[in-house]
Design a protein around this ligand. Structure first.
Ligand code: PEP
Ligand code: MN
Length: 275
C-alpha cells in the first residue's frame, strides 16, 4: 500500500507514546479513557462531571490514563445551534480538571484560537470536519502539547495519515489518531464505526489510535457495545461523551451517557478485562 507520508509510518521510528500532564499517557499499553460532556455548558456541570469521572475511573477502577474532555468551540451543522462558550469554557474546563486532578482536552477549529487553547488545556484535538484544515494543522504543529487528530467521516487512511504528517513534519510528534465513524449505510446509527482501521493503522503507522464511540453511535444505547468492540480490537483507548443530565444537553443530547449508564458501562468493560 503506497502511502504519501513518511514520519507517521512504522518504518520511520519507534511506536509513539503520548505523554501529557499528571503522568497520563496514550499508547503506552494501558488503555486511555477520554470522557466528558460534548460541550462545556457551565462551570458546575463540567466540575460535577470531571469529579464523577475521577472517582469512578481513577479511585474505584484504578485506571491510570484518564483525560477530561469538553467542547468550548462546537462545530455545529446549523448556525442557529449552540456554538460553545469559547474562552470562558476553557476557564471552566481548567477549574474542573484541577478539581478532579486530571488533564483536560478540547477541540480547536480556528488557527487563531490555538495559542489561547494551548494556554488552558493539556491536549488539543482536531475535529472530524477539520481533519484537512492545513492552516490549523500547521499551527498545532508548533505547540508543545499533544494533539489528537480525528478522522474525517469521508476520508481514506492515506488522507488521514497525511494530515497527521503535517503535525509531525511541523515539529510535533505528540500525535494520536481518533477514529469516529465514516458515512455508511446504517441509518439507525449516526455513522458507521470503522473497526477495520484499528489493526490497519497499527500495521501501517507508529501513532496511537483511539476510538470515539459516541459520535458513530448517535444514540446512547449503541455506545457500550461500540466501546467493547473498539477495545477488543486493540484500540489504545476510547473517547466517550457523558453528561449529568443528557436529555437537557445543549449538543448531542441523544448520545451522551448519563452518569449511571457510564458507570455501568465502565464497570462492565473492567469485568470483561477490556479496561
Ligand atoms: C466532538 O467530539 O464533540 C465532535 C464534534 O466530534 P467529531 O469532530 O468527531 O464529529
Ligand atoms: Mn458531541
Amino acid at each position: 500500500m503506497g502511502m504519501d507520508c513518511r514520519l507517521v509510518l512504522r518504518e520511520a521510528g519507534e511506536q509513539l507514546v503520548i505523554e501529557t500532564a499528571r503522568g497520563v499517557r496514550i499508547g503506552a499499553g494501558e488503555p486511555t479513557v477520554i470522557a466528558g460532556p460534548c460541550s462545556v455548558e457551565d462551570p458546575d456541570m463540567i466540575r460535577e462531571t470531571a469529579v464523577f469521572i475521577r472517582r469512578l475511573l481513577v479511585d474505584e477502577l484504578g485506571l491510570r490514563n484518564v483525560i477530561i474532555r469538553g467542547g468550548a468551540w462546537k462545530p455545529r451543522t446549523s448556525p442557529y445551534s449552540f456554538q460553545g462558550h469559547g474562552v470562558k469554557a476553557l476557564e471552566w474546563l481548567r477549574e474542573a480538571g484541577d478539581a478532579a486532578g486530571l488533564p483536560i482536552a478540547t477541540e480547536v477549529m480556528d488557527p487563531r484560537d490555538v495559542a489561547i487553547a494551548a494556554e488552558y488545556v493539556d491536549v488539543l484535538w482536531v475535529g472530524a470536519r477539520n481533519m484537512q484544515n492545513t492552516p490549523l494543522l500547521r499551527e498545532l504543529a508548533k505547540i508543545g502539547k499533544p494533539v489528537l487528530l480525528k478522522r474525517h467521516f469521508g476520508t481514506t487512511i492515506n488522507e488521514w495519515l497525511c494530515a497527521a504528517e503535517y503535525l509531525l513534519a511541523g515539529g510535533n510528534e505528540q500525535v494520536a489518531l481518533v477514529e469516529r465513524g465514516t458515512r455508511g449505510f446504517n441509518e439507525y446509527a449516526r455513522f458507521s464505526l470503522d473497526i477495520t482501521v484499528i489493526p490497519a493503522v497499527q500495521e501501517i503507522s507508529r501513532l496511537p489510535i483511539l476510538v470515539d464511540v459516541s459520535h458513530p453511535a448517535g444514540r446512547r444505547s449503541l455506545v457500550p457495545p461500540l466501546a467493547a468492540a473498539a477495545l477488543a480490537a486493540g484500540a489504545d483507548g476510547v473517547m466517550i461523551e457523558v453528561h449529568p443530565r443528557p436529555d437537557k444537553a445543549l449538543s448531542d443530547a441523544k448520545q451522551q451517557l448519563s452518569f449511571d449508564l457510564f458507570a455501568e458501562t465502565m464497570r462492565q468493560l473492567r469485568r470483561r478485562g477490556l479496561l
